[in-house]
Design a protein around this ligand. Structure first.
Ligand code: PMP
Length: 463
């Protein structure tokens, strides 16, 4: 039985609240789960359930819930200066200090940051900056950005246009012109089947990079401004490219005068066991979009880290850049982000992901690869995925109508675990402060949901 107070909130929610990425009608019929409080790696709902948050909110609560230090940083800053902007030749201490700290953590050639309120705004800023850069270089025709199918770069018009989510393109188009999409390095989903079974992941990774080169040649180097990609695709399904992919892409980009943009909104701030995913893969991006883990999600903030090549052109040759947001570098958000980075350093969070937690998760997660309905279990740092399959040997998927991923996700929730589904790919991205025994709990809960999913799919019952 659902409690009266939950019912009341659900009714108000149904009446007035349109949720992001939601079938409004279906949710109205079902009713929302109401999350009331959280601590560490656990969230609690209004019905008294405690749930292990295997997604760190939306890939963002890197330091976990209930960190008083972040609350105190916000409170102190809200008392001191709750708001002022960075327009009109003004700034404030938290924005300046955060900018300095970010540039210290970023690769050496990156020494400037432009603040935004979110990851989507960061990628809008990227699009404007790369086009502005080439215009200033006297090459305005170099305006096309190459992105990838099934990438996620945000929900603003530019963000969704850069992203490669076909269902998003299908709603609210036309997209921003001058954006091209190439294939993604998704070995399990596309490599094994489209290229023939005997092709190795390494060969597939190189083939994907070749597609980039072919597209650059087809479009003409003189028309291409930038290539944008997530080091590991997040929302697309925690897609970890074959190890051959990034070196091959780097080699292609080195041949052409094209900017590299790394969307670090998920990979940034320790997810892959380095401060930035680009560092894990040895990339030297000209621009990096950031958000989410920057403040551990406690307050909304994003930004674009701008490498010297682009920054110096914008500064020396650009005059006024007609772009900015009311909340660019918001003082309370910046103060929380700064404290978040200090805590991450003091607690050695990034190295712990690289040396202890990532390898431990990899070992435990791989065990789920043995399960009868799992075709692949992969992880890197603290991001991971399971591919659900009807037939383990052939890798054949379940019929779409069975919605196996959604079934498994719902069963996880019922059992006390947030694990998200992207189609029939189950994904996790837990807080970076998760402990070994909590990883054990996560794996045990995931296994239970897999068992139950298998049982129901075999007997054709739903949740
Ligand atoms: N880029 C990536 C890689 C993301 O995962 C997201 C959000 N999931 C965004 C951009 C957009 O960020 P936001 O939702 O803060 O606008």
């Amino acid at each position: 039985m659902i409690s009266p107070s939950t019912r009341e909130l659900q009714a108000l929610d149904r009446a007035h609240h349109l949720h992001p990425f939601t079938d409004f009608k279906a949710l109205g019929e079902e009713g929302s789960r109401i999350v009331t409080h959280a601590e560490g790696v656990y969230i609690h709902d209004s019905e008294g359930n405690r749930i292990l948050d295997g997604m760190a909110g939306l890939w963002c609560v890197n330091l976990g819930y209930g960190r008083d230090e972040l609350v105190d940083a916000a409170t102190a800053q809200l008392r001191e200066l709750p708001y002022y902007n960075n327009f009109f030749k003004t700034t404030h201490p938290p924005a300046v200090r955060l900018a300095e700290q970010l540039c210290r953590l970023a690769p050496a050639h990156i020494n400037r940051v432009f603040f935004t309120g979110s990851g989507s705004e960061a990628n809008d800023t990227v699009l404007r900056m790369v086009r502005r850069y080439w215009a200033l270089k006297g090459k305005p025709e170099k305006h096309i950005v190459i992105a990838r199918e099934n990438a996620y770069h945000g929900s603003t018009v530019a963000g969704m246009s850069l992203g490669g989510m076909a269902p998003m393109h299908g709603q609210g188009g036309p997209c921003v012109p001058g954006i091209e999409h190439i294939r993604q390095p998704y070995w399990f989903g596309e490599g094994r089947f489209s290229q023939g079974r005997d092709q190795s992941p390494a060969a597939f990774g190189r083939a994907c990079a070749q597609v980039l080169e072919q597209r650059i040649q087809a479009l003409g180097e003189d028309n291409v401004a930038a290539f944008i990609a997530e080091p590991v695709q997040g929302a697309g399904g925690a897609i970890i490219p074959p190890q051959s992919y990034w070196p091959a892409v780097k080699a292609v980009l080195a041949k052409y005068d094209i900017l590299l943009v790394a969307d670090e909104v998920i990979c940034g701030f320790g997810r892959l066991g380095e401060w930035f995913g680009s560092q894990y893969y040895g990339l030297e991006p000209d621009l990096m979009s950031i958000a989410k883990g920057l403040s551990s999600g406690y307050l909304p903030i994003g930004g674009v880290l701008v490498g010297d090549r682009v920054a110096e052109t914008l500064i020396d040759e650009g005059g006024e850049f007609f772009h900015g947001f009311t909340y660019s570098g918001h003082p309370a958000c910046a103060a929380v982000a700064l404290r978040n980075l200090e805590l991450m350093e003091a607690e050695n969070v990034v190295a712990r992901v690289r040396d202890e937690l990532g390898p431990y998760l990899a070992r435990r997660w791989a065990e789920l690869g043995e399960h009868s309905i799992v075709g692949e279990a992969r992880s890197l740092g603290l991001i991971g995925a399971l591919e659900l399959v009807a037939d383990k040997a052939s890798g054949e998927r379940f019929a779409r109508t069975l919605a196996a991923g959604n079934l498994c996700r719902d069963l996880c929730f019922q059992n006390g675990l947030v694990m998200r589904s992207v189609g029939d790919t189950m994904i996790i991205s837990p807080p970076l402060v998760i402990r070994h025994e909590q990883i054990d709990e996560l794996v045990a809960l995931a296994r239970r949901a897999l068992d139950e999913t298998a049982r129901r799919l075999n007997t054709n019952t739903t949740v």
